[in-house]
Design a protein around this ligand. Structure first.
Ligand code: AMP
Length: 215
């Protein structure tokens, strides 16, 4: 089992890239940490109840809780598949926990893709982002409009602004990214795993750049 990590600030396009990579290749599976946590919150599981407050504030959920969630997902993984991790790891501690999970599952971390996007673009993307309440598909008021206003093209679910996409929380999330996640860049660079990708512009162009690198 191969692993690929998508690293990048909130709004850098990790989720959109992950979904499109999976659509291009049936052997690519995605593990979207934020979606798994939001699902746990919506279902009111013990993990969800513990995570909700951190997420609402734009803070990170404790490392061991998130690592358990990812470990459980990868334990169900299929050999021969490539798993794209969107949003994990987000701290140096989580990177260490991922190494333990990988060795338990006989998985190999092949590359860490860092999506690089200027902050002004991140803020614009997050302000216009709308998410389907049913299937979590992501839209944008300017650049990726749904066919019918406020309705998901795929499942007709209602589109809403994520609670943590409100401006104050976005600013907090960007700060958390700089303080707690950005040092993973040096960490993975020193291991020779880091690949920097220009994440600005059209999503199809960004995906093409990622595909070129991972192939
Ligand atoms: P995302 O959808 O990736 O922007 O994640 C939404 C929120 O989920 C984050 O602001 C955190 O509160 C939480 N979260 C997602 N991934 C992680 C992680 N690896 N570690 C801790 N918290 C996380």
């Amino acid at each position: 089992m191969d692993l690929l990590v998508l690293l990048g600030a909130p709004g850098s396009g990790k989720g959109s890239v992950a979904v499109r990579l999976a659509a291009l290749n049936p052997n690519i599976k995605i593990v979207v940490t934020g979606d798994l946590l939001r699902e746990a919150v919506a279902r009111g599981t013990p993990l969800g109840l513990l995570s909700a407050g951190y997420m609402r504030r734009g803070a990170l959920v404790p490392d061991d809780m998130v690592a358990q969630l990812i470990g459980a997902q990868l334990a169900e993984g299929k050999s021969g598949c490539r798993y794209v991790l969107d949003g994990f790891p987000r701290t140096i501690m989580q990177a260490g926990l991922l190494e333990k999970i990988a060795s338990a599952e006989k998985a190999t971390l092949k590359a860490v893709i860092k999506l690089e996007v200027p902050e002004a673009v991140l803020l614009e993307r997050l302000a216009g982002r709308r998410v389907c309440t049913e299937c979590a598909r992501v839209y944008h008021l300017k650049t990726l409009r749904p066919k019918v206003e406020n309705r998901c093209d795929v499942c007709n679910g209602e589109l809403v602004t994520r609670e943590d996409d409100k401006l104050e929380t976005v600013k907090k999330r960007l700060k958390v990214y700089v303080q707690q996640t950005l040092n993973l860049v040096d960490y993975y660079e020193s291991k020779g795993l880091l690949r920097r990708i220009d994440g600005s512009g059209l999503i199809d162009d960004v995906v093409a750049r990622v595909v070129q690198v991972i192939e």
